[in-house]
Design a protein around this ligand. Structure first.
Ligand SMILES: *Cc1c(COP(=O)(O)O)cnc(C)c1O
Length: 837
């Protein structure tokens, strides 16, 4: 794939390489060029940390000075060579799968949180996508990001004098963002068209470079569009339902169309949440034409290469569109697919109800067009199996085809410079570029004093940052309150920063404000607390919680002890996770599908105190941190919130604070440092995006690429065969029935004999099994029976036999008939099932 950059500004010849460096967002985590940018403009660097902005704003005179500065030019050359060298070196992916994978993984996401200089994200989902892309670069996974360029991004937050949230929507001038128009071979700006009712929507395409990976961003702000359409990509999660539908059409259909237009072969399409599920339709539509097959066969072929990652923790979380609105935009598209409207609607419905008003559910479409589906933590995998159970009627929830890949964070983005140095000392420079086997052992060799020094420096850095930040907040409010009294670099520092929304229970710590005050203001064991987070503009409950904190922190005895930092974003998140001693998280289980902010403190030596939900439910053990909750969901919310607030206070009062202040004769908190060491050694690598992206690659990208190519080979032979298999099952399934079933005791356990009559279905197309639900903490039993003799007097009936263990009653086993095909994923692709009685 060849990309040419359109450059808004010409630099003096010796400095031409600066553009290359400024446009490569690798600077957001790889800091070797920092000194270079600092040399260009110390002030702008300090203020923005954004090389592209510096390059756009620097005067011609300064550029000439630099061009004449031999030392500067040489440093620049060295950086460019180092960059080339880095990209030539072997990667994990090339060494593992170099030849076994052709083409690219297309990674679709509504938001990407790569850097604060590109504000096209709102929170966890976007940060995850950004970390995924950065890691694909580190590991050499051939992945291309597809997203939208918003003119306004997510809102910026300030607080007024009363502590009320105010929202701003600064305009993202594309020339100030590290993006360039994507040009085609003839030097023209690449555009993609999408059909809207009665009109064409033209989309412009921008290119973002992330190391050796590309992110393509679509944008509707094209002068030739209808005025009303130019704003489709104006705001992230703004506007109403129709705008959301339009954005999702742009992302899914426009995004896939772009890949086709550029001739980029993407056997694997990874949908980061259901927002982009229309890519499934557009991919199948393109393939229909290429292989001259009907839609159903094309879908059968292409779906094998689609991966759907769900982030939704509750049934109501998925995107849905009223059928009339959906059909308004898709009536003509159904014709392009050669299917009728009802069939298209059915792709987004559960198929159980026959309710004409049933909305079109994007997650259902994603299921119907995926070759694999996963949740984002072990617990979320289980929760998702329950949520999507309606798509697999009569299947046990445990067999609903959703696995999990637990999220991880891009450590190089979130660690501090000091953490980077510490980890480099302990484990070497290239630790995040390959597999991570020795990291834990290496880290355990660090001594207590080094670790404690490191922790104290981290906390001091945060206090400095926050004082500057508070001074700025106060300038905006035009109050001149002195801030150097705020915070103390020696106090136990708790952090709580995340979106303000009901399920996050941002105010759980305020359940008993006086008790919290006593905890914070204890003379001998003082504690300070940093709070941050935005509430969605329509979320009144979230805004009320912000107000509640701001009322609380005005208590005179708390001056300088509790801080609310405005405008929570990537920069603030990074500063907080580098400095806090304890990161607190109190979601209402099971709403936190994974959560990632707690993972960001790991490399920096911070500890977690969190609800046993999302990632913490699988990470927690007593030596690495603290937990609240009882691993259950509770119905009586008010009562349970009170109980958990009590747990939270007690943990802080009796465990966390004493542990931090229990010092040995040299002033070293040995037990605390032990926790730090275990948390760093046991958790950092596992909850890194390095592990996550390797898992996606090994378990999904590579097998999906293979499966997809197999189905497409030989003019779609296998896909057509699978489609015929499925159609056949559908046609005859109701006619299957069981005859006699008997079980008798034998030496090995029970011997089952099951008579099954298959009517028009060939015996190879199904499987007869015994199934027993999980019991006594064990796994469910699934025992395939062997087909033996044909039954007399029947066309297509057989006796099936098999033996199971007798550690439970024979009645615990139920015979069932399920679809079977060596190349199909059951029940994801064929959800029929027949039970004996
Ligand atoms: C990591 C991060 C998130 C996700 O945080 P959770 O607490 O896991 O939801 C949200 N916003 C920003 C700015 C982040 O850096």
């Amino acid at each position: 794939m060849h990309i040419t950059h359109y450059l808004p500004r010409t630099l003096p010849e010796p400095l031409a390489g600066l553009t290359t460096l400024a446009l490569d967002l690798r600077w957001s985590w790889h800091h070797s060029t920092d000194t270079l940018w600092q040399a260009v403009s110390p002030e702008l660097w300090e203020e923005t940390r954004n090389p592209w902005l510096i390059l756009e704003n620097i005067s011609d005179r300064r550029l000439e000075e630099l061009a004449a500065d031999a030392g500067f030019v040489e440093t620049l050359q060295r950086q460019l060579e180092a960059r080339e060298g880095h990209f030539k070196s072997d990667t994990w992916f090339a060494s593992q799968f170099g030849q076994a994978f052709r083409g690219y993984v297309a990674y679709f996401s509504m938001e990407f949180g790569l850097s604060e200089s590109l504000p096209i994200y709102s929170g966890g989902l976007g940060i995850l996508a950004g970390d995924h892309l950065k890691t694909a670069c580190d590991l050499g996974v051939p992945l291309i990001g597809i997203g939208l360029l918003y003119q306004q991004g997510y809102f910026r937050q300030a607080l007024d004098a009363q502590g009320e949230q105010i929202e701003f929507y600064p305009y993202n001038a594309p020339t100030m963002l590290p993006v360039t128009p994507l040009m085609d071979d003839r030097g023209e700006w690449v555009r993609v068209n999408v059909e809207f009712p009665g009109r064409q929507l033209i989309l412009r395409v921008w290119h973002v470079e992330v190391g050796r990976r590309s992110l393509f961003l679509l944008d509707s702000n094209e002068p030739l569009n209808f005025p009303g359409d130019r704003g489709i990509t104006s705001e992230l999660y703004g506007g109403g339902q129709e705008m959301r539908l339009q954005q999702e059409i742009v992302l899914g259909i426009g995004g896939w169309r772009l890949l086709e237009k550029m001739g980029i072969d993407c056997p694997v399409c990874h949908l980061n949440e259901g927002h982009a599920a229309f890519a499934i339709l557009e991919r199948a539509r393109n393939f229909m034409h290429r292989c001259a097959q009907p839609f159903e066969v094309a879908l059968r072929a292409t779906r094998a290469g689609n991966l759907f990652t769900s982030h939704t923790p509750v049934e109501a979380g998925a995107d849905r569109f009223p059928p009339d609105l959906f059909m308004h935009y898709f009536r003509d598209y159904a014709k392009l697919l050669g299917i009728d409207e009802q069939r298209l609607l059915a792709l987004g419905r559960d198929g159980v109800r026959s309710d004409r008003g049933e909305p079109f559910n994007m997650a259902y479409l994603a299921f119907r067009g995926a070759g694999a589906v996963n949740g984002v933590s072990r617990l979320h995998g289980k929760v998702s199996r329950d949520i999507f159970q309606p798509l697999f009627p009569r299947w046990p929830a445990a067999e609903v085809p959703v696995g999990h890949v637990t999220n991880g964070v891009h450590v190089a983005t979130w660690d501090s410079q000091a953490a980077d140095a510490l980890w480099t000392d302990a484990c070497g420079k290239t630790r995040w570029l390959g597999t991570l086997e020795t990291v834990a052992t290496d880290l355990r060799c660090l001594d207590d004093r080094t670790l404690w020094d490191f922790r104290c420096r981290g906390r001091r850095g945060l206090v400095d940052f926050l004082r500057t930040r508070l001074a700025r907040q106060n300038r905006w409010l035009n109050t001149t309150q002195a801030q150097d009294q705020s915070l103390d670099p020696g106090f136990l520092t708790l952090g709580f920063a995340r979106r303000f929304t009901e399920y996050k229970r941002n105010n759980l710590l305020l359940h008993d404000p006086d008790r919290l005050t006593r905890l914070l203001t204890n003379r001998d064991r003082p504690v300070q607390l940093v709070i941050a987070g935005k509430a969605h503009p329509y979320d009144d409950f979230g805004k009320r919680m912000i107000r509640q904190w701001n009322d609380y922190l005005r208590r005179p005895e708390l001056q300088g002890r509790v801080i609310f930092v405005e405008d929570y974003d990537l920069v603030i998140a990074a500063e907080l996770v580098r400095g806090v001693d304890v990161w607190i998280n109190t979601p209402r289980r099971p709403w936190e599908a994974s959560g990632t902010s707690g993972m960001k403190v790991l490399a920096n030596g911070g500890l977690n105190l969190s609800e046993l939900d999302g990632w913490w439910a699988e990470a927690y053990r007593p030596e690495v941190g603290w937990a609240i909750g009882d691993r259950q969901e509770h119905r009586n919310i008010a009562e349970w919130d009170a109980a958990e607030a009590e747990q939270l206070y007690r943990l802080l009062e009796e465990k966390v604070v004493p542990c931090f202040y229990r010092r040995d004769e040299n002033g070293l908190p040995r037990e605390w440092v032990q926790h730090m060491q275990e948390s760093m050694a046991q958790l950092t690598t596992h909850f890194s995006s390095n592990r996550m992206v390797r898992e996606y690659t090994e378990r999904f990208y590579v097998p999906l690429e293979n499966a997809c190519r197999q189905r497409m080979d030989d003019g779609c032979k296998l896909a057509a065969e699978l489609e015929a298999w499925h159609a056949h099952l559908r046609r005859y399934w109701d006619k299957l029935y069981f005859g006699n079933v008997s079980a008798e005791k034998c030496n090995e356990g029970y011997r089952f004999q099951v008579q099954a009559y298959l009517d028009g279905i060939p015996a190879e197309a199904v499987c007869i099994e015994l199934y027993a639900e999980a019991a006594n903490g064990g796994e469910a039993v699934r025992q395939v029976l062997t087909r033996t003799t044909p039954l007399l007097g029947a066309d297509n009936g057989y006796l099936y036999t098999g033996t199971v263990k007798d550690d439970r009653h024979a009645a615990a086993y139920t015979p069932r008939i399920v679809p079977a095909h060596a190349a199909a994923t059951v029940p994801l692709e064929a959800s029929m099932i027949s039970w004996y009685r």
